[in-house]
Write a protein that binds this ligand. Structure first.
Ligand code: GNR
Ligand code: NI
Length: 171
């Protein structure tokens, strides 16, 4: 397995709509394992392939609180097939928007359909933290970051700070 560098916004790959996966082969299985290693190393609760520069519809997640309880979830071509009318706000962060956090309002519960690493179609109901993270990750596959759910004033402030932080680092 390999731990890979995570792209930071603003970056064109993070804005792109990722491609559907049409073939599950050893390379795709390795990609998901590398994504999990990268996510655990960060550490993060989820990771989408575009965050490591791969524009494919693949996400991984683990919302367990401790290493002993690890429960890695791999999803290929995930889709939201149902969302609750009830909404909930949660303070989100993103590995591609480092050191910025903001409340985002989303459906409180969702159903997601996806393929597993064996190509089997599965569906899960998610609420609580997993519902937040699966929606956040599927957003990444559509070129959407949590800051896109904020006012343009807040979004532009965060993106400007990230651009400035990168410039300062280059010097
Ligand atoms: O690690 C992460 N934490 C988090 C917290 C609240 C809502 C969503 C997330 S996902 C984030 C990792 C990440 O950027 N995934 O794309
Ligand atoms: Ni993210």
């Amino acid at each position: 397995m390999a731990c890979l560098p995570i792209l930071v916004a603003p970056h064109p790959i993070l804005k792109r709509k990722a491609d559907l996966v049409t073939l599950i082969d050893a390379d795709l299985v390795r990609l998901m394992d590398d994504m999990l290693e990268t996510m655990y190393d960060a550490p993060g609760l989820g990771l989408a392939a575009p965050q490591i520069g791969v524009s494919k519809r693949v996400i991984v997640m683990d919302t367990a609180r401790t290493e002993e309880d690890r429960n890695p979830i791999r999803m290929i071509n995930p889709e939201i097939t149902w969302a609750s009318d009830e909404m909930k706000s949660y303070e989100e962060g993103c590995l591609s928007v480092p050191e910025h956090y903001a409340e985002v309002l989303r459906p409180q519960a969702v159903r997601a359909r996806f393929m597993d690493a064996l190509g089997k179609t599965l569906e899960i109901n998610a609420d609580g933290l997993l519902a937040v993270v699966v929606q956040h990750e599927i957003d990444h596959l559509n070129g959407v970051l949590f800051v896109d759910h904020l006012s343009s004033l807040k979004r532009n402030m965060i993106l400007r700070k990230l651009t400035k932080a990168r410039k300062d680092e280059e010097e």
